[in-house]
Design a protein around this ligand. Structure first.
Ligand code: F6P
Length: 348
């Protein structure tokens, strides 16, 4: 293996540059490969936009947030408008891969990226996946980098809710990202001392919310913190106006049900920005170096993954199209219940 390409695709997260550095430096220094970085995810691969990455360009980026390569949510296998005229996107990818003389392509991304990576492998490219996302929802790996940093950011935000909630004797609803899963909400909710944690994986009912929050008030606890995942199931909307956020809907509902003044905070993109945590730097560096090793060993059509603390690889065909949900019997849920945290599905 002499030449490899790298790209970062999907929503960004802290640790992407650490991973690019891990792949690139290992490929160059350990295996003597040439490394090319494509711009803006699969878009750069389609449009032939790339640059050579040498050791110097990979230095000093470990702690940087975002991605030096840029990213996009481009899905090359989705049919586009002018395709007959300019050629199909997969054809153009194949052309660019061959023109550059690449022997392998490392795709760093989440679920969508792994799905496309699997299709590119079927098309005849040699593809290796590296899992990243703040959502921690990539199937086949116990850990994705980006998650730990986001847990830290969301936890700090929840910590700050306690004092203002106490001053005003309010209920504070904090909405956390995570797409369709509740990993980020569960971990930051427990770390931030959330009284109630609402996840997409656990069915909740307004009656339980009301009963639990009023019980806290009766017990002399003047405020409550509710941590809610953006992806929870919401009651049917009454109007067709723009979609309401889970946090806003829940806050309105809680205030109506309990009569207690309630405010919502949507954490949004601050959860994805900024420097990676030490743990994410380590995970990203390890996964990156491991992926370069997979290329050297011609382990194609697979994704680097953690099983516990061990690095392994899993087939992209196994990963594609799946989502890793929080198991409802996750030990952290059980332990949180034992300290009176409510998950909206009955009294803890
Ligand atoms: O996958 C990461 C994530 O931040 C999710 O938590 C969120 O639902 C989504 O991306 C937001 O996507 P976009 O960047 O397209 O707004």
């Amino acid at each position: 293996i002499k030449k490899i390409g790298i790209l970062t695709a999907g929503g960004d997260c802290p640790g992407l540059n650490a991973a690019i550095r891990g792949v690139g430096k290992t490929a160059i220094l350990k295996y003597g490969m040439k490394v090319y970085g494509f711009s803006s995810g699969y878009l750069g691969l389609i449009n032939g936009e790339y640059r050579k990455l040498d050791e110097k360009s990979l230095s000093g980026i470990l702690t940087l947030g975002g991605t030096i390569l840029g990213t996009s949510r481009e899905k090359p296998f989705k049919q586009g408008e002018y395709e007959d005229y300019i050629g199909s996107k997969p054809d153009r990818i194949l052309e660019n891969y061959d023109r550059l003389g690449l022997n392998a392509l490392i795709c760093i991304g989440g679920n969508g990226t792994m799905k496309t990576a699997g299709k590119l492998q079927e098309l005849g490219l040699n593809v290796i996946g590296v899992p990243k996302t703040i959502d921690n929802d990539v199937w086949g790996t116990d850990m994705t980098f980006g998650f730990d940093s986001a847990v830290n950011i969301a936890t700090e935000a929840i910590d700050r809710m306690h004092t203002t909630a106490n001053s005003h004797k309010r209920i504070m609803v904090v909405e956390v990202m995570g797409h369709h899963t509740g990993w980020l909400t569960l971990f930051s909710g427990v770390a931030g001392g959330g009284d109630m944690i609402i996840l997409p994986e656990i069915d909740w009912s307004p009656e339980v919310l009301k009963e639990y929050l009023l019980r806290r008030l009766d017990a002399g606890k003047p405020y409550s913190i509710v941590v809610v995942a953006e992806g929870i199931k919401l009651p049917k909307k009454r109007s067709k106006k723009k979609p309401e956020s889970a946090g806003a809907v829940l806050a309105g509902m809680i205030q109506n049900l309990t009569g207690i003044e309630t405010r919502e905070t949507i954490l949004g993109y601050i959860q994805r920005g900024g420097t990676p945590s030490p743990r994410d730097r380590i995970i990203a560096t390890e996964l990156g170096a491991y992926a370069a090793g997979m290329a050297a060993n011609r382990e194609f059509g697979r994704m680097g993954a953690y099983k516990g603390y061990n690095l392994v690889s899993v087939g992209l065909d196994e990963v594609a199209g799946k989502i890793k949900y929080v198991p409802t019997d996750h030990p952290l849920i059980q332990h949180a219940r034992s300290i009176d945290t409510c998950f909206g599905d009955g009294m803890p």
